[in-house]
Design a protein around this ligand. Structure first.
Ligand code: ADP
Length: 602
């Protein structure tokens, strides 16, 4: 049985084949009572009935109504996991996979990783023998489909052979799970605010001063501004003292360590007020009980892709009305709540977009097209997309995939490179670099580089304060351990592909050439000498700059290749190496001759 959670609309799709006997569930009393209070509980029988009779069941319900945590348990209690079968439940985000799995393990009363487990990229917390309920990201499921297109471990053993009487109805069944939240009173600012971060901090302090008990959820955009807000609030608490000490300030973003995740969900102790400062992950992917006040800055960090410049970046952008309503709804979980919008009512009514742009239309399609091809879907241009990407974006992606040698002239995955890239759980450009490393005799070094690129930066700036320095070292240690683990997993893949581990013994030119084999499309040329010189991308002549965290910042080599871009006031290149221009034509002759008849390259 497979549950696919679509966080946007609060919908779960269940698809199954045929059914089974029943057994009764058990649990700890108070947790059991919490389970029974969730809106899906009333529909337990209806859900089990529909799933028996329909190949696909769609359950629609508000965020937090219990779709992800409860339905897998109902199915398990009804015997769907008997006989070595597996109940899978996908979540769009890694953090949601981890927190939901840990909650379900607690409700079932088992250790996480045994009967209830999870799998996210580079982290498998399941046991092949005993796991019955497995949470996973969409991406992990797609990878499993590549190895096993019929997803046999999620099916009843004899379901493909059953008589026609046992066959479920191929029409999907749709069930709406009602359970509205409480009313939420919405407040707007009278004048536009110039600094939403400061405004959010002040609003939290004001709520604490004026409003009765209840936790506060603040929507900011990313780890940087969340950390700043946490720091500012803690300073204010130290400064104001007295009843401000009742505030407990907690950050929430993906990549948060396990201990901090637990704090987010721990019940607030009496007399305290929890303030969770979150990215938009708390908008639809996670539900925090106890939130009565929401502070909505009106912004989130969004992926954005421009097929003309071929630049994909994360930018802070205004949210849509649909998101604003969803954010406000988070305040009405346990009782009537209040939402403080840090924008004017006039702006909400007249300027905010009604709906956000689907992610498919804001993304570079390279990873998506490889996945479709690997699943055997060849006609990309005629594919029935839920939200069609622009033809330019499709063509851009096909162009790059062709020049990377991942697709052939008929736009089919190449053997073995294309199929191997599809199997490696990394950005395709990094995967290609890994597969090319052998040609340059530096697979050992490239494996390490690829592993480091898979974790958030391990480097932090240290400003001489002892405490910060110690924390910095700890963060480095944690990230380094993870890198070693990822390296081990990638090494096993390389072995399977028959790529030997070989070191080039500090021949950095070979290492840089191997990097270019994957990242040649990200080449840039220095246009303007200055303190931090301006570069232009060779492909599309976009202005870009070296990120201050790079060792090449202010060195300004004439030619560089970058691995990623982040966009704030400018486009900044991160993970940059200096190159020789002739290496580009060597690495990708079609690409550079066809795209750019640039005299500097000859
Ligand atoms: P849905 O899938 O319908 O959005 P969920 O099943 O994820 O809803 O959530 C149901 C309830 O379980 C929510 O009230 C949520 O707060 C609670 N919950 C989810 N994860 C945890 C956790 N790790 N700790 C405590 N409560 C949790």
């Amino acid at each position: 049985t497979l549950l696919v959670d679509d966080e946007e609309g609060g919908v779960v799709f269940l698809s199954s084949s045929a059914s089974s006997a029943s057994s009764s569930g058990f649990g700890y009393a108070s947790l059991e009572r919490q389970r029974q209070r969730l809106p899906v509980y009333k529909y337990r029988k209806a859900i089990l009935y529909l799933v028996e009779r329909h190949a696909t069941t769609i359950v629609v319900g508000e965020t937090g109504s219990g779709k992800s945590t409860q339905i897998p348990q109902y199915l398990k209690e009804a015997g769907w996991a008997d006989g070595g079968r597996l109940i899978g439940c996908t979540q769009p985000r890694r953090l949601a996979v981890q927190t939901v799995a840990s909650r379900v393990a607690e409700e079932v009363g088992v250790k996480l990783g045994e009967e209830v487990g999870y799998t996210i990229r580079f982290e498998d917390q399941t046991n092949p023998v005993v796991t019955m309920i497995k949470f996973l990201t969409d991406g992990v499921l797609i990878r499993e489909m590549m190895e096993d297109p019929l997803l046999t471990k999620y099916r009843r053993k004899n379901s493909l052979l059953g008589s026609s009487d046992d066959m479920p109805n191929p029409e999907p069944a749709i069930l709406s799970v009602e359970g509205k939240g409480y009313t939420v009173e919405v407040h707007y600012v009278e004048e536009p605010v110039s600094d939403y971060l400061l405004a959010a901090v002040n609003t939290v302090l004001l709520i604490h001063e004026k409003e009765p008990p209840g936790d506060i959820l603040v929507f900011l955009t990313g780890q940087d501004d969340i950390d700043t807000a946490v720091k500012l609030l803690n300073e204010e608490i130290q400064h104001r003292r007295k009843h401000y000490f009742d505030l407990l300030i907690l950050p929430l973003y993906s990549g948060l360590p396990r201990a901090d995740q637990d704090l987010i969900f721990a019940p607030t102790s009496k007399g305290k007020r929890k303030v969770v400062i979150s990215t938009n992950i708390a908008e639809t992917s996670l539900t925090l009980e106890g939130v009565v006040y929401v502070v909505d800055t009106g912004f989130s960090k969004q992926k954005c892709y421009n097929p003309i410049s071929d630049i994909e970046s994360l930018v802070v952008a205004p949210i849509s009305k649909a998101s604003a309503r969803q954010r406000a709804g988070r305040a009405g979980r346990v009782r009537p709540g209040k939402c403080f919008r840090l924008y004017t009512e006039e702006y909400y009514l007249n300027e905010m977009q009604p709906e956000g742009v689907p992610e498919m239309q804001r993304s570079n399609l390279v990873p998506c097209i490889i996945q479709l091809k690997a699943l055997g879907i060849d006609n990309i241009l005629g594919f029935d997309w839920p939200a069609s990407p622009s033809p330019e974006a499709v063509i851009r992606a096909l162009e790059i995939l062709y020049s990377l040698g991942i697709l052939d002239e008929d736009a089919k995955l190449t053997v073995p490179i294309g199929f191997q890239v599809a199997e490696i759980p990394l950005d395709p450009m990094i995967s290609k670099m890994l597969l090319s490393a052998n040609d340059f005799g530096c697979s050992d070094e490239i494996l390490t580089i690829a592993s480091f690129l898979s974790v958030q930066s391990v480097w932090v700036s240290v400003r001489g304060v002892k405490k910060e320095f110690d924390e910095a070292k700890l963060r480095f240690a944690a990230a380094e351990k993870k890198v070693v683990d990822i390296r081990g997993q990638l090494l096993r893949l390389m072995k399977r592909f028959g790529i030997p581990l070989k070191s080039c013994d500090r021949d950095m030119q070979s290492v840089r050439k191997a990097i270019i084999a994957g990242s040649f499309a990200n080449a840039c040329h220095l246009e303007e000498y200055s303190q931090n010189g301006m570069y232009k991308t060779i492909r599309t002549s976009q202005e870009v700059y070296i990120h201050p965290s790079s060792v090449l910042f202010r060195v300004n080599p004439k030619w560089v290749v970058y691995q990623s871009l982040i966009s704030t006031d400018k486009h900044y290149m991160r993970n940059v190496i200096a190159i020789e221009p002739s290496w580009l034509t060597e690495a990708a002759p079609h690409f550079y001759q066809y795209r750019t008849p640039n005299p500097a390259l000859n």
